[in-house]
Design a protein around this ligand. Structure first.
Ligand SMILES: [Zn+2]
Length: 390
């Protein structure tokens, strides 16, 4: 069924020129091909370096036995990468660990299931931070913002509109650690994804690219926030107190998260020390009961409800999404052949149909309405992107 979601634009999807080494297409922001058809991202690629396991042991030892009841808190989402961090920290590094999830209300059934099963198998205590009022407001705001976006679609505001994840999530985790005297919070990179999963294209159309860990320079941040604030204020449907409040607190945290963090809580990014390798991660988490979803062969992003829609929109507008970028990095790292990457990305990048349909229903938008908006916008957008390149 999910292949049908985009079958009407198959010609467009397959007409795009791609790099001869990776999978990036001509619509990727800032891309240029040389005479051999190799893109600048491949030519300028610097392999991912990690600090190593010895360094990780040393770093963890500083916190061993320091906390009240726990040495560290591992933030988990039910996804593959945070589950692996938890499994390693508990089973391999023997830290006294509390697992914690901030439930923004957008975690999928698979995500909740995996959180329950894997923490039980590991014998780790787990807590949810969940605020029903906040979840209700988030859904309502999301609906308003998405409706407004459909009236005036922009490739630059997809993420701020739809990535409804609570921007204060990290601060809530730090606060919990502080209140429970847990000295260390562990996440992927910088309490987030691993380096492979940073999406450079999402702000790239504005000419702003993060570093390989997903961090922006101050100048980059200012440019983004100025742009988003202007876009936000231009739209009068956004003039509702709960939306303004959520926008303002998100912006504040975006700039000042490190200043707002309690000083007695440290953070550690697991994938800054340990090289991300799919062939090690999947067997390790499967062994503690983690499972994929039935309606996709992808193991990435199955814990988050918003991604099927975000991925669908990018695919329909520019003919690629984060899966193309992710697999391109795996090719450059030598983890996978181009042929296999292409085969996998073509099926895995298609949005999960069940979650996609559920979301559209919740947001009160039909697929026809969405497609019409996106198809009209794509014509204008592609002219702009390709003209810029010439
Ligand atoms: Zn390339």
């Amino acid at each position: 069924m999910n292949a049908n979601l985009l079958s009407d634009i198959k010609d467009f999807l397959f007409s795009l020129r791609r790099c001869s080494k990776c999978l990036l297409p001509e619509t990727f922001p800032g891309i240029e091909f040389d005479e051999e058809g190799v893109c600048n991202y491949c030519r300028n690629y610097r392999p991912i370096k990690v600090l190593g396991e010895e360094e990780l042991k040393r770093a963890l030892d500083k916190y061993r036995g320091k906390g009240d009841k726990y040495d560290c808190l591992v933030a988990i989402s039910g996804g593959r990468d945070s589950t692996y961090v938890l499994q390693q920290i508990v089973a391999k590094y023997n830290m006294r660990t509390l697992a914690l999830t901030v439930d923004s209300g957008f975690t999928t059934g698979e995500g909740h299931r995996n959180i329950k099963v894997t923490t039980e198998t590991l014998g780790v205590n787990h807590v949810y931070i969940r605020n029903e009022n906040h979840i209700e407001t988030s859904w309502r705001n999301l609906k308003t913002m998405f409706r407004a976006w459909l009236k005036k679609p922009s490739i630059n505001t997809i993420v701020p509109t739809l990535n409804a994840a609570d921007k204060t999530m990290n601060l809530q985790i730090y606060k919990y650690a502080h209140e429970h005297k847990i000295p260390l919070v562990i996440g992927g990179n910088n309490i987030g994804n691993c380096s492979f999963e940073q999406e450079h294209f999402k702000t790239g159309y504005m000419g702003v690219f993060p570093d390989e860990r997903g961090n922006y320079t101050v100048a980059g941040k200012i440019k983004l926030i100025t742009f988003f604030t202007w876009e936000f204020l231009k739209n009068t449907t956004h003039y509702r107190w709960s939306l303004i409040k959520s926008y303002a607190s998100g912006t504040l945290v975006y700039f000042f998260e490190s200043l707002l963090k309690p000083s007695d809580v440290d953070t550690l990014g697991f994938y800054d020390y340990v090289y991300w390798n799919e062939k090690e991660i999947i067997p390790a988490i499967t062994s503690i009961g983690w499972r994929g979803a039935e309606d996709t062969t992808a193991t990435w992003r199955i814990d988050d409800m918003m991604y099927p829609l975000i991925d669908y929109i990018y695919l329909r507008l520019v003919g690629f999404n984060e899966f193309d970028e992710f697999y391109s990095k795996l090719i450059r790292e030598g983890q996978i052949s181009r042929e296999e990457a292409l085969k996998r990305s073509l099926s895995e990048r298609l949005p999960r149909p069940t979650v996609f349909q559920y979301l559209l229903e919740k947001l009160g938008v039909s697929k026809d309405e969405l497609d019409e908006t996106l198809d009209n916008y794509r014509v204008k957008l592609l002219c702009k992107i390709i003209k810029k390149k010439l």
